[in-house]
Design a protein around this ligand. Structure first.
Ligand code: 9MR
Length: 386
């Protein structure tokens, strides 16, 4: 099905870690075929420009895809009852052509949802009053029903609700404030009604924090009690090299805990930030990042240290980190149906622009020139050691 040329070329030229067996592997996802699906996210830009080399690399190396922005509310329903399917259709067409598992991301989130969704449309003032609970539930039902039904035959895994918990508490989003905590169970109910056979996931970041786990498990218990089934928990896994947080052990504990509670565990947005965290530089509120050019020369050296090149020792460290988390995923492959990276090549990563705009980051498995990195071969090595 896939052409083997690209990966074979990569393996032959890429790294001494490639074993003889590695040369026989068509792509990274093939190496994990017996363990879990290996996915990546696809950017709007990639779909808009039909970036053929990147799309063929994706088809070569991965067997699952998530649209990083094309299926968010603002993309699919920019104005009330006005749907725009163009990009999402392209995404699905690509997945279909390559027989990939397609993940719908995301039905209900507080971000990338037009403010008007939460407002009373009959109120024509500049700052219209909030929608009523009934109005908002109606819009949610309409959005979820329309979207899930349209892609019923192709999208069998949905991130239904994203990031409802902050720290150990409910995030006070418009969804929460207008509908109450039941908004989560309604979202799952509407998705289930629209596609009873789909795998429905609750997705969140920072889930290695035990307080956050408690809150997520409470949330899931509420949904279960209401008679609605949630199939899985999505652990985003945006990791950092700087302080090794969260530790591999914490990641493992989270996987084991969610699985013990009866949920499949999906690794949904894996990447490893190699730059200093720099959160202190985000303007708050409203979480506005500064551009790296706004800093002094010495600050730039500290905050964006690898702008010219990615030093070997750091590349090794990145490889170690990837190898250790994939070791854990392999040990728990019976609980994990899919591991998805949040992007393919370093140049497409959101981590180049967050929490500072315009830095040069190296969080993924393919470098800025789309060549496989040491980390790629370390991950491949984990697959082949078993
Ligand atoms: O990758 C997405 C990036 O292009 C967007 O600017 C960003 C804005 O909200 O969302 C990114 O994806 C997020 C995902 O949808 C949910 N988890 C966190 C991801 C990184 O911010």
């Amino acid at each position: 099905m896939h052409s083997t040329a690209a990966a074979t070329g990569a393996l032959l030229t890429g790294c001494s870690l490639a074993t003889k067996r590695a040369r026989l592997v068509a792509g990274l996802s093939d190496a994990f075929q017996k363990d879990f699906r290996l996915g990546t996210s696809v950017k709007n830009h990639t779909l808009d420009t039909t970036d053929a080399p990147l799309l063929s690399l994706i088809a070569q190396e991965f067997n699952a895809i998530t649209a990083d922005n094309a299926m968010k509310w603002d993309a699919l329903q920019p104005a009330l009852k006005v749907f725009n399917w163009q990009r999402a259709d392209q995404f699905v067409e690509f997945g279909r052509r390559h027989d990939m598992r397609m993940v719908g991301h995301v039905l209900v989130w507080h971000k990338q949802t037009p403010e008007r969704v939460f407002r009373n449309h009959l109120d024509e003032s500049d700052t219209p009053a909030f929608a009523s609970r009934t109005q908002l539930l109606g819009r949610m039902e309409d959005h979820i029903g329309t979207v899930v039904d349209r892609y019923r035959a192709d999208i069998t895994e949905w991130d239904v609700v994203n990031e409802a918990i902050e720290g150990g508490k409910w995030l006070k989003s418009h969804w929460y404030n207008i509908i109450g905590p039941e908004y989560v169970q309604y979202a799952f109910q509407f998705a289930r009604d629209a596609n009873p056979n789909a795998t429905l996931i609750y997705n969140d970041y920072g889930v290695t924090n035990p307080k956050k786990q408690d809150a997520i498990l409470d949330l899931l218990k509420r949904v279960k009690k209401s008679g609605v089934k949630v199939d899985g928990v999505g652990m985003q896994c945006h990791l950092s090299l700087e302080d090794g947080y969260p530790s591999t052990k914490m990641i493992e504990q989270a996987i084991v805990r969610f699985a013990r509670e009866g949920y499949q565990v999906f690794i949904t947005e894996l990447d490893v930030d190699v730059l200093p965290r720099a959160w202190q530089h985000v303007r708050q509120p409203p979480l506005q990042p500064l551009h790296i050019d706004e800093f002094t020369a010495s600050e730039i050296r500290a905050l964006d240290p690898y702008a010219a090149n990615f030093p070997d020792p750091v590349s090794e460290q990145l490889g170690d980190r990837y190898a250790s988390v994939f070791d854990v995923f392999m040990r728990h492959a019976d609980k994990i149906p899919r591991v998805t990276l949040w992007g393919t090549s370093d140049s497409e990563s959101w981590k180049n622009n967050w929490p500072i705009l315009g830095r040069t980051n190296y969080p993924l498995l393919f470098d800025h020139a789309r060549k496989p990195k040491k980390a790629y071969f370390r991950v491949l090595d984990v697959a082949q050691r078993q």
